[in-house]
Ligand binder design. Sequence first.
Ligand code: GLA
Length: 649
Amino acid sequence: MPLWYGGDYNPEQWPEEVWEEDVRLMQRAGVNLATVGVFSWAKLEPRDGEFDFGWLDRILDQLHEGGVRVDLATATASPPAWLAKMHPEMLPVTAEGTKLWPGSRQHYCPSSPVYREHARRLVTAIAERYAEHPALELWHVNNEYGCHVSRCYCDASAAAFRGWLENRYSTVEALNEAWGTAFWSQRYDSFDEVLPPRAAPTFQNPTQLLDFDRFSSDELLACYRAEVEVLRRVSPDVPITTNFMGFFKPVDYWAWAKEVDVVADDSYPDPADPDAPAYAAMQRDLMRSLRGGQPWLLMEQAPSAVNWRQRNAPKAAGQMRAWSYQALARGADGILYFQWRQSAAGAEKFHSGMVPHSGTETRVWREIEELGQELAALSDSLAGTRVGGDKAAIVLDWDSWWAIEQPASPTALPYLDGIFAWHRSLTALGLTVDFVQADGPLADYPVVVVPSLFVASDAQLQHLHDYAAAGGRLVVTHHTGILDENLHVRLGGYLGRLQETLGVWIEEFSPTAGAIGVYEGAVVKAESAEVPAARLRGDVLGGSAAASSWGEVLHPRSASVLAEFAHAGLEGSPAVTVNEIGDGAAWYVATLPEPSAREALLSAIVEQTGMTIERVPEGQEVVRRGPYTFRIDLVQNTVEVEGAVDSED
Ligand code: GLA
């Protein structure tokens, strides 16, 4: 397999005369993979059951002759107008009861039998026609599942939700117990009475909300599976993917990643945001982690500006290259863009393309061509290799994400704040950071950080305990083990099984101001003047330090106190503790310390493991992959690729 280079190609937006030039320019740029047909349903099936494949035959043949492989889409992401006209019941409905009409894209209810049946018929026709086409490299199922419509509240969704619940709980008594419906007279007498969490007077049942999140992720996955079933039957040897969207809350990618042959990601960091490179690094680490380190594809990035922010900054000279290398260094086997030729019409005409409106005498085109040449030169030695370096892990959990951001909580806490903060600190120490599941394989990681695992089953907590007891170094932060998988509180000091692991119990919560506000997802940034941000003191944090987001009244049992709160209200209460357990140790961090304090704590922990700390300045990255060390400066946008590293790497 080579390194892939290319992008979304929408030939149907152009007269056929342009296609020849497209293929010629693709060759010039070193493009070897084009994603075709993502939004072609209306052109491929202009009327119910009438297919027109002539144009797609011609362009696939031309691409093949030009040496460009094809990532062929199943075209199901944007249903044609005739389908919505014939069957308006397949249109999605919001929690408030508003139907979402055609005229943009993704206007389908994931549970709609009509949608699924028509999608299946289209996929079958495409698969049967192109399974043997010599250009076919990969199937691209649908597009960005859940991007615009991740939750539907229509009657078909309600029926599907009930089915999902019956499958999960078997009896309505079990549902009542799990959902805690004794509260506010919410008891159900039969599954027929249960609804999706449609707009309601005030706070909804938390477990109903969580189950609807779980259901909705599963329901989109069921759409994916229905297409995959056809593709596997018709073309068993052709790999299959669908494009993910990084840290995308509505869809649990741990479940999805098991069902793709290769992880593909769409990534659009904001060129004007100084935090964007660090966030992008984290996103790339997630993509590599989803299938245990397997190389993945950067399926979409912008050649320069996007068109969907308030202000759409272009990428600075060298920025697209530097960010592409960041992805390569962190395990990508392909660098692809949205899209090949910048559109002349439609809602994305101001989104950059590899071939810009102004043609090839442009900086964007020159950078596209140059990167294509560089990738071709690296291809043989880099493609398929794994990311090296000393490794730490962070536990990432969608149930916790969904639940922690529900209303009626002790504080509004964006889940990714903690994830991003701890990722950034481990990365600053020069470690390679993998994401893992709470019950996933942990033994290979000398250090595992668990930021706010709010929802955890007994088995997950036991698994974390066992990791520490077997010699691991477990770092657990606030908001962990508060609720079980049904969102029932772990009574008697929270933490459940981890009380013994950590040697502490929690008396009372005392949230503080100053959630750090995660990149492009901030829900909370406001600080009220009366609420103090936390202060901490403790040698392990480098003396005195600031902290944010959270505080609590914590009591050690067997743990030693390493740092304490030093602000009014929590003065003297333990903030960071450590507990020896079996052959390992477990730290508890009851707040979010500022970066220097996090790094001081993590350094002290990492030093116990024999791993090397190699501090890298903010904005720079040193990543080892295959035979190379990549030194990337994401401020200056420069890249150095060093080969021939010693055998230890
Ligand atoms: C997503 C979609 C593309 C396009 C880009 C624009 O990634 O998959 O079709 O809309 O966004 O940034």
